[in-house]
Write a protein that binds this ligand. Structure first.
Ligand code: TMP
Ligand code: ASP
Length: 236
């Protein structure tokens, strides 16, 4: 298969066309942004860590019945994935209060939640990815009711599988963000990435933050946190 032109450059990844119309190549960058691009920086080695970690977790999820866009890792930073139409939603799964939920509801970070919370944000940088509910999604036609049922069921299943996977590594999965897409043959699949950019990981013994919050909040030890997660998960 041959790599063709660049289709898109996002904040953390570039996407290239391939000579197969059902496949695209994703290339992970070391660039980091926060607060809708207001804060910019570089996290040395992040691209390779996020690529390898995403692919590892997506293969684990596939084995457990969650369809994903993953096809093949072709280098440290590059992966072939199924071309999809992205459902324009960020699907947020929360087990413990943190971040914007803590702010919105005045809950100290670390407050356990009685049950898992699902939230949806409309993917639109100009609007700052506003939170929406299922009524907005149906009214705007961003996804149909069956697709939303499937997305919610997959999101909860992914949460269960990830929690179980991370527990023996002494990592608490506080919350995370997923994106889904529809392939050219109409299949709903998990897309985008699962990485310290898109998850909150806390050390279960020390409660130390091992994710992008170290960059967002200028906590220091950013590269070290990514390496620590990579080491626990991949042994690298
Ligand atoms: P939040 O508490 O800021 O809403 O973030 C919830 C989760 O979603 C957290 O694990 C980080 C992740 N996230 C992204 O992946 N991309 C984003 O643009 C934002 C705001 C959060
Ligand atoms: N990556 C997102 C941005 O630049 C937000 C984040 O991860 O905090 O806006």
């Amino acid at each position: 298969m041959k790599k063709l032109e660049q289709l898109y450059e996002g904040k953390a990844k570039k996407v290239f066309a391939m000579d197969d119309p059902n496949v695209v190549l994703v290339s992970y960058k070391d660039d980091a942004t926060a607060f809708n691009g207001l804060k910019k920086g570089t996290i040395e080695g992040k691209g390779a860590i996020n690529n390898r970690m995403t692919n590892f977790l997506m293969q684990m999820l596939e084995k457990n019945g969650v369809p994903t866009h993953f096809i093949e890792e072709i280098s440290d930073r590059e992966t072939l994935v199924k071309k999809v139409n992205i459902v324009p939603l960020e699907v947020i799964v929360r087990n413990v209060a943190a971040g914007s939920l803590s702010k919105r509801l005045g809950l100290p970070e670390g407050t356990p939640l009685r049950r898992t919370v699902l939230e949806y944000c409309y993917k639109n940088d100009e609007l700052g990815d506003p939170m929406v509910n299922e009524y907005h999604i149906a009214a705007m036609g961003w996804a149909d009711d069956q697709t939303m049922k499937d997305i919610a069921a997959y999101a909860l299943k992914i949460n269960d599988l990830l929690i179980q996977y991370f527990r023996p590594l002494n990592i608490d999965l506080i919350d995370f963000k997923l994106e889904f897409g529809i392939t050219n043959d109409g299949q709903l699949v998990l897309a985008d990435e699962i990485s310290p950019d898109t998850c909150r990981f806390w050390d279960s013994r020390t409660h130390e933050k091992l994710d992008k919050d170290r960059f967002r909040r200028d906590l220091g030890g950013v590269e070290e946190a990514y390496q620590e997660i990579s080491h626990r998960l991949l042994g690298e």
